[in-house]
Design a protein around this ligand. Structure first.
Ligand code: ADP
Length: 507
């Protein structure tokens, strides 16, 4: 038995644009909410209210108001109270509820400062997860689907399965857990178990425990009715020993409930024909109307010589081991022997930040770096570069390669995760069939990266061919409609599955 065609969907996430963002999760939460709303479903997005960060950029945000609701949760030996603010995503029916708890969420950053995670992260996000269901109950949201994202919301499926099972308002509720990045699991020492509000009986190998710790991502995987991840290739990779980050056994066990759905991109935010953050506009039918101007302005903004005759390679990224900075460092001098420019935007591990600053200081006419989080510069690098570097060690989906394709900026990617699913290598066959969209290399090796960048440099000297590849990439439809349809299929499976879950022997 299924509920009616129109689903009541609660999306819970630790970040969502335009309110907060450290990475792709923020883009995905909002874009998926909008796409589901456009399909006629009732969507409520619940996020923490990082109020200090939000107020600092309130001129870019919809007006946020107090719902008047107050609630409290016993956690960590305290009774912690919170409020709920709300707003709507502009031009949609999506309601956004922001959980306002100043001690937990009014901080300078979301998860960490100076490379160190906040010591009470387990408490903060156990509180958030428990608050999501408290709010569902108190606001009578009666969800059909509670869609959870990453470890910060991994507790929710377990709560639905246990504490909330059969409670009024949750009779129809099924849970879906989306894995955006297996490298971040929310692992905390076992004495944090009481923060979850769950019985110690769940602290075992099949549910929440991993090598003596509480693992909140594992909890979400173990208890959710369906699991998704953000590309079909990553769905396969995480079931292997190399890609599973220690959870491949559990994921293998649940392989039948795991679906890989490639993210889309939000055209309202990422479209070179209307993007307010770039200096000139263009489209696939009129690239010259704006792309050269964007390149010139990017070079000017970053203090590089204004040259249209050489390729600019861009990179916008969290500076972490995942993203392939060690490969770049190993071949940087080989690459910089060519007549090219490279521009970097990112924050993260201090060693990568200082290495790139050092590179820029030694090659001021060729390399520019901005350390920080800057949305306008991210858009300007997408628009103003000729090619975009993503030599990732692993990449669940990756959004920047799709933004690059849309902006006529040829992605150079490693054949892994969502990069393998979204970029087609340029060679004689793919050029002839007009399917080439970028450059792809296989092994995690600096020679392979350098050779691939050199292939791009060679193609750049053939403007007609380069233009063909740009056009192929810009013509692809990455809209969220298709992905959202796939999520609806998963939601329906979750609703069917929830009837079995008490008798599946997992308890
Ligand atoms: P991940 O989620 O692993 O960080 P994705 O490619 O999926 O990587 O998404 C990253 C998102 O974060 C993109 O929208 C990208 O433009 C943005 N981003 C990353 N670093 C920065 C930065 N320093 N400034 C602005 N935007 C950034």
């Amino acid at each position: 038995m299924l509920c009616s065609d129109k689903l009541r969907i609660v999306l819970a996430a630790s970040e969502a644009v335009p309110f907060s963002k450290t990475g792709g999760l923020a883009d995905v939460s909002t874009a998926l909410a909008k796409a589901l709303d456009a399909m006629g479903h009732d969507v409520t997005l619940i996020v923490p209210d990082y109020r200090v960060l939000r107020l600092a950029r309130q001129e870019y945000l919809p007006v946020v108001s107090d719902t008047g609701l107050r609630f409290g949760i016993s956690i960590g030996g305290k009774y912690v109270t919170a409020g709920v603010n709300w707003t709507a995503l502009p031009n949609t029916g999506v309601k956004v509820l922001l959980i306002c708890q100043t001690d937990y969420f009014d901080r300078p950053q979301l998860y960490m400062e100076a490379g160190e995670g906040y010591l009470d992260n387990c408490e903060r996000y156990c509180f958030f997860s428990r608050a999501v269901l408290t709010i569902c109950q108190q606001m009578v949201l009666r969800p059909d689907i509670v869609h959870c994202n990453d470890w910060q919301t991994g507790l929710i499926p377990a709560l639905l399965h246990s504490v909330y099972a059969g409670r009024p308002g949750f009779e129809n509720a099924a849970s879906v857990m989306t894995l955006h990045n297996m490298a971040y699991q929310g692992r905390f020492w076992h004495l944090d178990m009481p923060l979850t509000g769950l019985d110690w009986k769940y602290f075992n190998l099949n549910h929440m425990e991993m090598y003596g710790d509480v693992n909140l991502l594992k909890t979400g995987i173990a208890f959710s009715d369906q699991i998704t991840t953000v590309s079909p290739t990553y769905a396969n990779e995480i079931c292997t020993r190399e890609g599973g980050e220690g959870l491949d056994g559990l994921l293998g066990y649940r392989r039948g409930d795991l679906t890989g759905i490639l993210n889309g991109i939000d055209d309202d935010i990422w479209d070179p024909n209307s993007d307010p953050l770039i200096p000139a506009h263009y489209s696939v039918t009129n690239i010259d109307a704006g792309k050269p101007a964007c390149k010139a302005r990017l070079q000017e903004r970053l203090g590089l010589p204004s040259r249209n005759d050489i390729p600019v390679f861009g990179m916008v990224s969290r500076m972490s081991d995942q993203k392939g900075f060690d490969l770049l460092a190993s071949c940087a001098s080989r690459l910089l022997a060519h007549d090219i420019q490279m521009v970097f935007l990112g924050t993260g591990e201090p060693r990568y930040e200082s290495y790139l600053k050092h590179l820029a200081a030694h090659h001021p006419a060729k390399v520019a770096i901005y350390v920080g989080f800057d949305e306008s510069l991210a858009h300007q690098i997408e628009a103003g570069s000729d090619a975009f570097l993503m030599p990732s060690r692993f990449e669940p989906c990756g959004l920047n390669q799709m933004y690059s394709l849309r902006y006529g900026t040829l992605p150079i990617v490693r054949k892994v995760g969502g990069l393998a699913d979204s970029v087609v290598d340029t060679n004689a066959v793919t050029l002839a069939t007009n399917t080439a969209t970028g450059f792809v290399f296989d092994s995690y090796d600096s020679n392979a990266l350098a050779e691939t960048v050199e292939r791009a440099i060679d193609l750049y000297s053939e403007p007609d061919q380069w233009r063909r590849v740009m056009t192929n990439g810009m013509s692809i439809d990455w809209s969220w409609q298709n992905s959202a349809k796939n999520y609806i299929d998963v939601y329906r499976k979750a609703l069917e599955r929830r009837f079995d879950r008490t008798s599946d022997g997992r308890e």
